[in-house]
Design a protein around this ligand. Structure first.
Ligand SMILES: Cc1ncc(COP(=O)(O)O)c(C=O)c1O
Length: 394
């Protein structure tokens, strides 16, 4: 059996984490893996999460099955958070999935059932898992123009020109906010134009919402997804609670469908439930129940929102500090984009040999496309980091 197989390629991000952990240097710095970190480099359990877990521990009387579509309180709280009252609730349907990745996977299976020959367009570049997931789901991935490596901003005219040429057999995967890996995002006015284009061409919007609240706030970050749902008759959204609730290992996500009407939404729900049953039967409940408890207790919800705001503001401060240090060290405004980008990442645009030198000579670990995890930047040491970056470019 196994002689027909070859070793699969390693996941670069997790391989880099392994290298970092094995590095004995005490001054090493991990700017690679995409997890939020506090000033000590720890990825904290959020305060409201700890309180909710205690409550679950005290009150839960059974570990029996929850059901194929998952924790309904969790799914409803998340759809409410994403859409508020901006979209008719009858059009919305949702199922729980294992993390954001699980939700994307369920959606891809659904899209494959609905339109097996469709092309799924992803941004160039995109989260490295999008392409292999789409291939594994039997779909046909292609890239649309997105990031301008020179200006480190969105090539919007090229992107829109590509979208304008699409049709009903095209699916467009959009990062709803906080683009990974680039950090460059659409403005509200650009979202309006994307929505107009896709409404006109009939291309299908598929949104990846992994960082709600990490950019400019819960409401501002939901602009794109709400706009698409208001403009287009049907969309799908993959939501992750990994980052904004700090629940990475608990694997809490929601696959959301917005259909033309209640009847169509019911069909989408039944198909998603059917896919889940045949894939892994149902999702783990613990992370979902934590979110359910937090979102339905006004005190815990306020505490969660306050901590999420602290995390977001810390990342914005780190962006300002790092951009300032790079401005000073390079005596130019070339790196001002670091301050303009949003979310956890920025693509610095360093050549591969500079990224290698940062690792080997300075003990600073970046993904090889030079994506930096802003949350990992040391708050009071941005001058040192900026000098190291410019050193390896010489
Ligand atoms: C763009 C994007 N989508 C989806 C995910 C998946 O998140 P999860 O850990 O919840 O599966 C990530 C995580 O890094 C991501 O960056």
């Amino acid at each position: 059996m196994f002689e027909t197989l070859q070793k699969a390629p390693v996941d670069k991000i997790f391989a880099l984490l392994g290298e970092y952990r094995a590095d004995k240097r005490t001054h090493k710095l991990d700017l690679g893996i995409g997890v939020y970190k506090d000033a000590t480099g720890n990825t904290p359990v959020m305060r409201a999460v700890t309180k909710a877990e205690k409550r679950i521990f005290d009150n839960q009387t059974t570990k029996s099955y929850v059901g194929v579509s998952g924790n309904r309180g969790f799914c409803d709280s998340v759809t409410d958070l994403v859409f508020g009252d901006t979209v008719d609730a009858d059009r919305i349907t949702s199922v729980q999935a294992p993390g954001g990745t699980g939700s994307l996977w369920v959606i891809m299976q659904l899209l494959h059932r609905a339109k097996p020959d469709a092309t799924v367009w992803i941004s160039d570049p995109s989260w490295p898992n999008h392409y292999p997931m789409l291939e594994l789901a039997g779909l046909n991935p292609k890239y649309y123009p997105y990031f301008d490596a020179k200006t480190r901003s969105v090539k919007f005219e090229e992107m829109l020109a590509t979208l304008d040429k699409m049709g009903p057999n095209d699916i467009v995967l959009l990062h709803a906010c906080c683009h990974n890996p680039t950090g460059a995002n659409l403005t509200p006015a650009q979202w309006d134009q994307v929505a107009d284009s896709m409404k006109r061409t009939g291309a299908f919007p598929f949104l990846d919402l992994a960082y709600l609240g990490f950019g400019d706030g819960l409401e501002a970050d939901a602009y794109g997804v709400r706009k698409m749902a208001q403009s287009c008759p049907e969309i799908m959204v993959g939501f992750s609670a990994s980052k904004n609730f700090g629940l990475y290992r608990e694997r809490a996500g929601v696959a959301i469908g917005v259909a033309a009407d209640k009847e169509a939404a019911g069909i989408v729900f039944s198909q998603m439930a059917n896919i889940i049953r045949a894939s892994f039967s149902q999702s783990p409940d613990h992370g979902a129940e934590i979110v359910n408890v937090i979102m339905n207790d006004p005190e815990l919800r306020t505490e969660w929102e306050a901590e999420l705001t602290e995390m977001r503001e810390k990342m914005l401060t780190l962006r300002t500090n790092l951009a300032g240090s790079l401005r000073k060290a390079s005596n130019s405004d070339e790196y001002d984009f670091v301050e303009e980008h949003r979310g956890m990442f920025s693509l610095l645009g360093l050549p591969a040999d500079a990224v290698t030198k940062l690792k080997t000579e300075k003990g600073i670990y970046l993904i090889d496309d030079s994506r930096v995890n802003i949350a990992g930047v040391p708050e009071h040491d941005t001058d040192k980091l900026a000098t190291a970056i410019l050193d390896v470019l010489e």
